[in-house]
Every structure is written in structure tokens, then in C-alpha cells.
Write a protein that binds this ligand. Sequence first.
Ligand code: DLL
Length: 420
Amino acid sequence: MSHEELLNGLRRTIRQVLKAPYYKKKLAEVGVYYPEDIKTLEDFRKLPLTEKEDLRQNYPFGLLAEPMKKIVRVHASSGTTGKPTVVGYTREDIQLWAQIVANGLRRVGVTSSDVIQVAYGYGLFTGGMGLHYGCEELGALAIPVSGGNTQRQLMIMRDFGSTVLCCTPSYALYLAESLEETGITKEELKLRVGVFGAEPWTNKMRAEIEARLGIRAIDIYGLSEIMGPGVAMECLKCNGLHIDKHFYPEVLDKDGKSLPEGEPGELVFTSLDKMGFPVLRYRTKDLTSISYGSCECGHIGWTMQRVFARVDDMLIIRGVNVFPSQIEESILSVGGIEPHYLIIVDRDGNLDTLEVLVEVSAASFTDEIRELERLQDKLQEKIEDILGLSVRVRLVEPKSIPRSEGKAKRVEDRRKEKML
Ligand code: DLL
């Protein structure tokens, strides 16, 4: 996209957001009354950021930029506190979203001949319906099974001949595990590709899922405030997620200053063609870096690295910044254990404590106690090495950590209750 095309897109969005009184007031405060007031990218970068709090203050429909009669669908994300954040789509927005998802699927070799099991939740969450409309736009067969009911998922997968599976990576792992128990073999399935997202995951987790299900596992990213799944997606090269051209990304540091390409910070998006719920410089709270360039797959534009954490996921333990993904990496680099874990942070007097529960595999569970102790020590050492913090690793029985059918919860921070 040329510089001029980008500026035109940004101005289109400014024209659209000015229809919502809240944005109008916010922009007036910085002297912007018309889209033409933005003459350069520098002007644009001075515009105020939008946060989840702005959405909350305007709950439920205050930021819609089109009259209600033009809105044909709402979605919402639950969040951990208070009211959900609500977003609205016009008919054109829904069509655009479907095309964006379809393009992403096409890029990983999915065609109209594919049978796509959509095991993301259907409902206010954007996962199910977002993928569903993308599949239909592609002309593929969508199976709207939604999340949960694992045995039925597996039966459908085998009997309907699903070739593509869409769900969270943690649920994919659970399905793989249940498959082994049900006695259905990989060979009885036609599964070829997995389109996994909605939560952070690592390359080690990818390798695990690919091996267990015998598929290519592809990362898909998105958030309801920007549109839903498909804002960015990997191609088969898996060198980052290509950001769709209808969204303009920026990466900012803690103080809101723009960071150069390649430097990690908070991802911020502006939609370029959304009508119902246009977004101006929305802070995603997701941490990653971006770069501009072309890929062998044909994508020319922005690519983001996988999201390694959210700003609010970062745990500060005894002053050290810890991301759950660092712990996941170390766990998955040791054999004899399952990729299921729970991080428990607590406080003992004035001291933060970090404990990681890790499941042993059924095979190592039968080993001698001494073997298990050795495994536990090895894991503990690995995590301590990476974090530079002392940690207590506790091996637990196979299948004792709760499985997730949607977004996994891997951290329990008990300090919060103690602070209240
Ligand atoms: O999770 C949309 C989605 C559905 C994406 C299905 C991919 C697949 P929300 O519920 O609004 O929307 O949550 C958005 O989830 O800000 C990230 O923190 C996280 N997230 C989404 N995709 C990824 C990913 C959907 N691929 C929030 N990797 C985002 C890491 C992700 N985190």
C-alpha cells in the first residue's frame, strides 16, 4: 500500500469515528475536526489512543458509528472484570471480515474442497462465527460444532472427514490427548491443517500438536475490538503472522512512543475500512514486534511476531518480570512430561513464591520415585535458569490439571486476594 493510500485509509476512519460523539469530543481536544486535518503520518501518530476503558465508558453501543438499523450483528468479549466490551458490525463489515478470514485460510492451502470443523465457541465470542463465515466465503464445508463435548468432536472429526480443525491450541492438545484414549488413530482421520489462536502459545506447543495430530498447526490472531479472528494469520512459512491490509499496526513503548520495526512493545491497531465500529489507535495490550516487507507466499505489508504475552499477563515476582510463555518453553523442552501446567504465584510473609505444577506423562508416572525426583529437579533447574528466580516444581498425576475447551487459564495469582 502506498503512503497516500494509507493516509486515505486513516482519514476514512477518522471521518467514520467522528460520527461517534465520544470520539468527536476526544479529537476536538487535540484540534482535529475533519479528516483533512491529518496531513502526514506524524499528524496521525499524535492522535489520542483508544483503550478498553473507553469502550467500557460507552457500554454498550456508544462507540457505534452507524445508526442501529444498519448494525446487523454484535459480539462481545467477556474480560476479567465488569461489563463486557461490545462491538457492532454492518452488513459490509461482516462481508469484509468473511473475506479477510477466507484469504487467510487460502494462504495456508485451504480450499473449497475442505471440511472445516469449527470448534471455537459460537456466540458473543468472535471465534466461532468469525471462522464460520470465512469458511463459507471460501466455499468450504463448515461444521459448526462449537467448543466442548470432546467425544462428539472426535466422532465428527472421523465420521465427517474433517480436514481442517479450528480451535484454541490448548483445546487442540486436549483433543489430541483424548484421541489417544478413545483409540481412534491419526490414520483414521483426514485432518491436515489446524488454525489455532485466541490465546498465546509457543513454537514448542506447535511442535507437540503437529506431532500428535499429524497436521500443520497455523497461528491465527485477532480481537473482537478490531474485528475478531483474522486480523493477522501465519502462512505456511510460519515466520510471523501477516497482518491483513485493512488494519494499520503500530508498536508503542510504555509511554506511548512509537517503536521502530523489530522492537517489542504494545500492539496498537487502527481499522481502515470498518463502518459499524471503527477503531482509532486501539491499545490491544498484546506484546509483540512488527516489520514491513514481502514474503514468499505473496504477502506484502506488515508482519507481526507471535504474541508472547499481554501487558497484564506479565507477573512481577520478587521484582523479576516473568512471562508464562517462558515457563512453557522450559517445560516443553524436557521429556517425560505433558504440556499441561499451572503456575501458582503466592506470598509467604513478604516474599513472593512461584510454584509450577506439571503433569507427568502416563509412561513416566510408573517410574521409580527416584526417577521422578530427578525429572522434577531437572525441570526446576531449567526454569530457574531461564527466569533467574527460585521456583518450586511439583509433578502431578497425569490428567490432574483441568483441561480447557476454550482459552486456557494457566496462572493463579493468589497474591491478589491477599492484597485486598
Ligand atoms: O480471541 C479472537 C480470536 C478468535 C482470535 C479465534 C483467534 C482465533 P477476544 O476474545 O477479543 O478475541 O480476545 C482477544 O486474545 O488481545 C490476545 O491477547 C489473545 N489472542 C488472540 N489470538 C491470539 C494468538 C479473540 N494467536 C485477545 N496468540 C487478544 C496470542 C492471542 N494471543
